[in-house]
Design a binder for this molecule. Structure first.
Ligand SMILES: [Zn+2]
Length: 455
């Protein structure tokens, strides 16, 4: 039986010393026992659960950094989106796979062991379905397999360009699917990955502006017939224009509409929710759904501030995502969650906490729980029944020298401790050893070739 001995490990109740962890051939933890001798077990220094990234559009990694030039009339989310549509217009399946594999290796090395891919590229560059409608979703799963990252695959339903079923634009042609075709795709993917220990399938109705309510209800009903616990993710209230358009359409704001009409619960992740009233904030917190926060993308796109402090005070659940992949490291996302509010309020340590409690630990642990819930996989804890997905930190690294327990997490989140991530395990298998991924040269060469062809 595979066994690991950790000098110290972050367990659900806190840090423990001299911990033996063993797991079965499928990568599920069987036992976690503190206070033991190492025996013949492989040894590691400080172990913590790997982070889940709950919101990613992998292909956007290859355009990161290409949209930072001043436009003629002032840039915003909507001008960025036009560039994004032009960028994706020519991507072929090999490029989609090469970009995702490179991204997923980078994620693993930065401490992410699971990713929810909000996958909305379905059609070929002309907007026609591929002969196999699951072509590009299959490429995403293949990239995750090559990298060794855990995947929650969320095919996206996308039908309209604005609220009320407005006709889609030319730039959206690669995303479009009828509800029947979408449900068939989901059925194919659920069947392909049923019983998998590393891939879970859910759905992602893109947003209220892209999916009319009747189609959303049909897609959810079809998913329920296949898997009534599968996750459902949706973008909501990222932009003030989106809120205004939703009010003009329905008389209600996007999060308000979703809470009223769909009664989201623990199966749901509402991505961004940047613009909420205090009442929406309290109601979302009480719903049990996860808010999917993507601070570096939200900053890059000029979205606004999520009302984090009030949401956490109401015991709201959240996880973090890399969304457009301008930032990939979970520590950076968590740091900016707190930093945004520090800059805004000119105060420090603003995430609600008891006196003396570590903000880094509070953020890391909350995002582990929210990420596990949103990915709908048994992850985010070093405990029997959870998957063996770990980060092994090197406490000899200068970034962690003299740090113990929650100070390790403060260093990780706020002080460059990511550099001390030495090994990464997913499903009981080391996928990064001594900072290296065994396939990284080949995957990076494929990525460079894909980028050369794009240019
Ligand atoms: Zn997104």
């Amino acid at each position: 039986m595979p066994t690991l001995f950790a000098e110290t490990a972050l367990l659900p109740d806190g840090w423990a010393e001299h911990v033996r962890i063993d797991w079965d051939a499928a990568g599920t933890i069987l036992s976690v026992k503190p206070g033991l001798a190492p025996g013949s077990a492989e040894r590691a220094d400080a172990i913590l659960p790997g982070m889940a990234n709950l919101h990613c559009h992998a292909f956007q990694r290859a355009m990161a950094g290409l949209t930072e030039r001043a436009g003629p009339e002032g840039d915003d989310f909507w001008s960025w989106r036009e560039v994004m549509y032009r960028f994706l217009a020519a991507l072929d399946p090999d490029q989609v796979e090469a970009i995702a594999a490179q991204l997923y290796v980078e994620m693993l090395k930065s401490g992410t062991t699971a990713v929810a891919e909000f996958h909305y590229l379905h059609n070929d560059p002309a907007g026609r379905p591929y002969a196999d409608r699951a072509e590009l979703a299959t490429r995403i799963a293949a990239a995750a397999g090559a990298a060794g990252i855990r995947l929650t695959l969320l095919p996206v339903l996308y039908q309209s360009s604005n609220f009320g079923g407005a006709a889609p634009t030319q730039g959206q042609r690669r995303f479009l699917m009828t509800t029947d075709a979408f449900n068939a795709l989901v059925q194919t993917l659920v069947a392909a990955h049923r019983g998998s220990h590393t891939i879970r399938v859910g759905i992602a109705p893109h947003s209220l502006r892209a999916v009319p309510p009747a189609a959303l209800a049909e897609a959810k009903a079809a998913l329920d017939r296949l898997d009534s616990t599968a996750p459902i993710h949706i973008h909501a209230a990222e932009q003030t224009k989106e809120v205004e358009d939703c009010v003009a359409w329905s008389g209600r704001r996007p999060v308000e509409w979703l809470l009223d009409e769909l009664k989201p619960d623990r199966r749901w992740a509402l991505i961004h929710c940047t613009h909420m009233t205090p009442d929406e904030t309290r109601r979302l917190a009480a719903s049990g759904a996860v808010a999917g926060l993507c601070p570096t993308t939200e900053a890059d796109l000029g979205d606004g501030f999520f009302p984090l402090i009030g949401y956490l005070a109401a015991n709201g659940r959240f996880g973090i995502g890399s969304d457009s992949n301008v930032g990939i490291a979970p520590a950076e996302e968590l740091r900016w969650l707190e930093y945004g509010h520090r800059l805004n309020r000119r105060k420090r340590n603003l995430v609600p906490a008891e006196a003396g409690q570590s903000i880094g630990a509070k953020l890391w642990r909350a995002a582990l729980a929210g990420g596990a819930q949103a990915l709908a996989q048994p992850i985010g804890a070093i405990a029997p029944g959870s998957r063996a997905d770990f980060l092994a930190l090197d406490r000899n690294h200068p970034a962690l020298a003299g740090r113990a327990n929650d100070f390790l997490l403060d260093a990780l989140v706020f002080a460059g401790g990511t550099a001390a991530i030495r090994h990464v395990m997913v499903g009981g298998r080391w996928v990064v050893r001594d900072g290296r991924h065994p396939g990284e040269e080949r995957i990076a060469e494929n990525y460079r070739a894909a980028i050369r062809r794009l240019a």
